[in-house]
Design a binder for this molecule. Structure first.
Ligand code: BES
Ligand code: MN
Ligand code: ZN
Length: 498
């Protein structure tokens, strides 16, 4: 779908989309369309339950007196609540309503309203962002799609007085959307297509936009002593990889970078502690943390963010085989700490242990945020509404919480502490890789914390957020790319030179 910005005008074809405020208050463009159609909008509203509440819609087809083939009314709610997220939801609703409607072109009128918290340009840019994000599709394997199942909508033009400013405001958001789409693609791909080496190959393509990409194979990781990460991959025919992405956008090339670390288990069968068959196919998206880190780096480089950032992803496939790691095995991590592997299905923390330690040792970053589909227990705690946030640093936790809220990727801080840490004591090694079932996400976070020392660190358990079974305003069901926009916003708000 192509996105364009133009000055307000009366479209002579396609669908015209206008907002209506709560209480059936027509926006200026809606008022003028109503007049030109001899009051058709007012009559349609009177005949329906449409009140202009957020996300309500009402379509008028082939309205007399207008050349447009349809008018779509979209409820905006109250003007003072129309922030960036509401604008994105507006754009998303338009695409949801029109994608398969038969319309090829939608013209979305954005009026300058009183009480609007955003200026017209920013509002329009966010409408466009929401439209783009909602229009995502992953249908490359659907070879028998009929014409009528494919989207009809090819173009969306946002009509706004501040056309040039809107276009300029959209440019960086468009890059962030590219990052989101990259992540959604990677997470959606099946595990026979995306495995550690092919995922590393995808990451290598980011060199085209100025990201420095390094890939370590098993030999190099062995030299570094990454026994925890390598143990997870040792049952797989696929070679484990560690990918290091660097975007040096700050004026001061020597400035300490921010660091993002991702869990990239390209398929999590559980290993010898095999998962039940029911739903196991979902474990193709156990690399969503890595996917988000790669997409976030894509977004930062795409919009040329003035920041030094590193993204490190540990890529492994967790499989059972005669070479697989066994329950009871003791592995030595890069940090030198030993780990008793009680359960081979608690593999993400083993991958992150070495990835985190490597990151802090090599890059001495300002902070580390890791993202991982780490535990089923976080879904028990928070469902599919919030990611779990665990942090050793209150300021970082506050900044992440604010960034998540601003972009609609909410996180909820969970507790940590000594008492939880005791749960992973081992009789034979420095620690074991699982605590009890109770507080499972917290003991997992305590495990990670043992591999970070002297640097501000936060961990996002995104197991409940990486994949959606239902459509959301700016995301169709499937891979969400949760974390990409949060990390981008975190950088923009707190760590970018202005
Ligand atoms: N990748 C899973 C966590 C997961 C489960 C993500 C369900 C999304 C949906 C992780 O590797 C795992 O298997 N965790 C175990 C840990 C347990 C063995 C301590 C879990 O949550 O059951
Ligand atoms: Mn697992
Ligand atoms: Zn896993």
């Amino acid at each position: 779908m192509k996105i364009a910005f133009a000055k307000p005008q009366l479209p002579t074809e396609g669908a015209v989309v206008v907002g209506v405020l709560e209480g059936k208050v027509l926006t200026p463009t809606a008022t003028s369309l109503d007049a030109q159609s001899g009051g058709a909008l007012g009559r349609a509203i009177a005949a329906s339950r449409f009140e202009g509440k957020r996300d309500q819609t009402l379509a008028l087809l082939a309205p007399a007196g207008l050349e447009a083939s349809r008018v779509l009314l979209v409820g905006l709610g109250k003007a003072e609540t129309l922030d960036a997220l509401a604008a994105q939801a507006f754009g998303g609703v338009v695409v949801a309503q029109l994608a398969g409607s038969g319309e090829a072109h939608a013209w979305v009128a954005v009026d300058e309203l009183d009480d609007l918290p955003l200026n017209g340009a920013d509002f329009a840019a966010n409408v466009a962002l929401g439209a783009r994000l909602r229009g995502y599709r992953f249908d490359k394997y659907q070879t028998k799609q009929k014409k009528e199942d494919k989207p009809s909508l090819k173009k969306l033009t946002v009509l706004v007085e501040a056309q040039a400013a809107a276009k300029a405001a959209f440019a960086p958001l468009d890059q962030v959307a590219d990052g989101v789409f990259l992540t959604r693609d990677l997470v959606s791909e099946p595990a026979n297509v995306i495995h550690p080496e092919s995922l590393a190959d995808e990451a290598k393509k980011l060199a085209e936009i100025g990201i420095d990409v390094e890939v370590l194979g098993e030999k190099q990781m062995k030299k570094l002593g990454m026994g925890a990460l390598l143990g997870v991959g040792q049952g797989s025919a696929r070679e484990s990889q560690l990918v290091i992405l660097r975007w040096m956008g700050a004026k001061d090339q020597e400035a300490a970078p921010v660091a993002f670390v991702g869990k990239g288990v390209t398929f999590d069968s559980g290993g010898i502690s095999l998962k039940p068959g029911q739903g196991m196919e979902e474990m193709k998206w156990d690399m969503a943390g890595a996917g988000a880190v790669i997409g976030a780096m894509r977004a930062l480089a795409g919009r040329k963010a003035a920041v030094n950032a590193v993204g490190i992803v540990g890529l492994v496939e967790n499989m059972p085989s005669s070479t697989a790691q066994r329950p009871g095995d003791v592995v030595t991590s890069m940090s030198g700490q030993t780990i008793e592997v009680i359960n081979t299905d608690a593999e993400g923390r083993l991958v992150l242990a070495d990835a985190l330690f490597y990151t802090q040792q090599r890059f001495k970053p300002k902070f580390i945020v890791d993202l991982a589909t780490l535990t089923g227990a976080i879904i028990v705690s928070l469902g599919h509404e919030y990611a779990g946030l665990f942090a050793s640093d209150d300021d970082l936790a506050t900044a992440i919480t604010a960034a998540g809220k601003a972009v609609g990727e909410p996180v909820w801080r969970m507790p940590m502490g000594e008492a939880y840490d005791k749960e992973i004591k081992s009789d034979i090694a420095d620690m074991k890789n699982v605590g009890g079932r109770e507080g499972g996400s917290i003991t997992a976070a305590q495990f990670l914390k043992r591999f970070v020392d002297g640097v501000a660190w936060a961990h996002l358990d995104i197991a409940g957020m990486a994949w959606a079974k239902k459509d959301k305003p700016s995301c169709p069901k499937g891979a969400t790319a949760f974390g990409v926009r949060l990390l981008d916003h975190l950088v923009a708000d707190h760590y970018e030179e202005k």
